[in-house]
Design a protein around this ligand. Sequence first.
Ligand code: IVH
Length: 676
Amino acid sequence: MDTKKIIKDANSILEQIEYHNNLYYNLDAPKISDAEYDKLLSNLKNLVSENSVILKNIDLINKVGGVASAQFTKFTHPSRMLSLDNAMNFEDLENFEKKVKNFLGNKHSNLEYSIEPKIDGLSLNLIYEKGELKEGVTRGSGEVGEVVTENISTIKEIPKKLKIKNPPDMIEIRGEVFITRDDFYILNKDSDTKFANPRNAAAGSLRQLDSSVTKTRPLKFLAHGFGLYNQNISKTYYNTMLEFSSWGIPISPKLQIAKSIKEMSIIHDEIFKNRNDIPYDIDGLVYKIDDLELQKRLSFVGKSPRWAIAHKFAAETAVTEIEKIDIQVGRTGALTPVARLKTINVGGVLVSNATLHNFDEIAKKDIREGDKVLIERAGDVIPYIIEVIINKDKKRKSHFKAPINCPVCNADVIKEKGEVVLRCSGDLDCNAQKSERLKHFVSRTGLDIDGLGEKQIELFHQTGLIKSFSDIIRIEEKKDKIVKLEGWGELSFSNMVKSINSKKNIFLSKLLYSLGIRHVGEKNAKLIARNFKSLKIFIESIAVSEKYLLIDKLNNIDGLGPKAVNSFVNYISIKVNYNEILELLNICDVSLEIIKVQVTKISNKSLLFTGSFQSMSRAEAKAIAERMGAKVVSSITKSTDMLIYGDKPGSKLNKAIELGVQVFTETEWLEFTKEL
Ligand code: IVH
């Protein structure tokens, strides 16, 4: 082989490794399995060892050092690590504050906020017991992270022992691990390590298998919050952070208080203007309601707290060219156009695809193949096209036409009333939909099966080895055929089987979510699943003969909309789907989630809230009742146990009285719950 080709090959593998590092570490969205990643690494290692003279500049340990193949110990965070909702402008901030006030029952006109820059790094959970650092854990899924205690022991800013006389028995202190811009340039210049940006470098360094490598990396840490702790510290976030600082924990030098969103916005613009004075990358500000009692009341919805929001800085833009417009078919049949771009560096990240959202968007912006376009990338969000840059002297290709047939199965494309999305009507006959559903089933948010990624599913599906979800669970039966496929062997196969078997023990809600039914996301799957007292009842309820009873039952679930109900019922009414669910229940170890709620006098009672409340919003009243174990319903029937009414209760109150349901005014209810 000639020298040029060897260098070219090595660089090409390196590029792929960087690309997948970024997906894995920064975007939390790997596209290949660990096995495939390991294959890339071993290819590179072989190439380097066979051509050590030519490739002497590739320092394998620093470059990739077995990073992704490192198996870190998993750790369940004592309390979940949440993420943040984003505000892009003043209007979003107004909406955020409006929601907060509404939730608190419009009793708080003078809210105060703590402000800190949003550091573009990785979050870390530090667990201190009796003042001693016990573990350092990455965020991971938010519920379960990876233990990196050994690695962070080399970060000078993180104290091993808190400077406090009577430390809490346990406290989770959270913050961001990052690298300053200067350190990043030095790191990239001095070693052969070429990271795309400081965040990428911090990620690659923190999740190193070899902590002696982490030691050489200039990682820094700043605290930005806390999880569980069992000792009163302060009534406000701001003062808690100052207290942390006195314990030796580094906090943001920019931490400050604002008394209105106007003030917040001024501080935002000021910091944005001078952001280069801050030595590390920040991508916005984070505002948090300062009063911890209010934070507790506001709690969280989905994965984000109601009491905090990130105000992002304006995005980075660049100009490039659309090489091609592809159409992707999703698991629910949605057709999404994607622009394949001439690769370009946008604010430190290589971009080669941009989402086009839908066909209306293409028509509105008159986007065509071959066009020069202005693209924008904000943080981790997939880049999108702002506008076409017209060059009058250049002839453009013809208008891009929305498809009338599915590009994969050729079925008619349909557009539902009130929707912008075009859909393939092929459903289970469409190979793309089928394979996307299978991918979703094993994906990170689904059953989360290691070693079985999109690529493998695609291959197994195409070769007819896997046709259904249950085929995946029963993959052992296909051993003879799979071990013969390229890239597969006894070992990789048995690892895959192990990881599938380790995920067979699941909650019903997870199973329902993993099926990928339209409108049945994680939240709705949980709402549906927790309405069945046993699996036997669930199985009986989804039988076709029970359809109307099931519809009634689902319609009465507070928070579950009619679209989700229809979609779920339609799904299970199809015989293949119904049989498949039964089969999965048969071959997996499915259980009902035990929701951690207090056991009180209202546990399992069905409650209905109606009218408007004085001391809090109806949403908060419901959230409190649910925490006390009650089931909140939306319509009144004989089986409703209690109705709590505020102002203007409407017809539900009369109906409740008619049916002999126990009724409470807001004050009576507050008195009653005090005693629970
Ligand atoms: S507060 C529930 N404060 O941004 C509160 N997060 O997009 C969540 N981050 O996972 C964290 N700087 O890793 C908070 N000053 C700051 C932050 C910050 C950076 C990161 C953090 C979080 C992510 C959410």
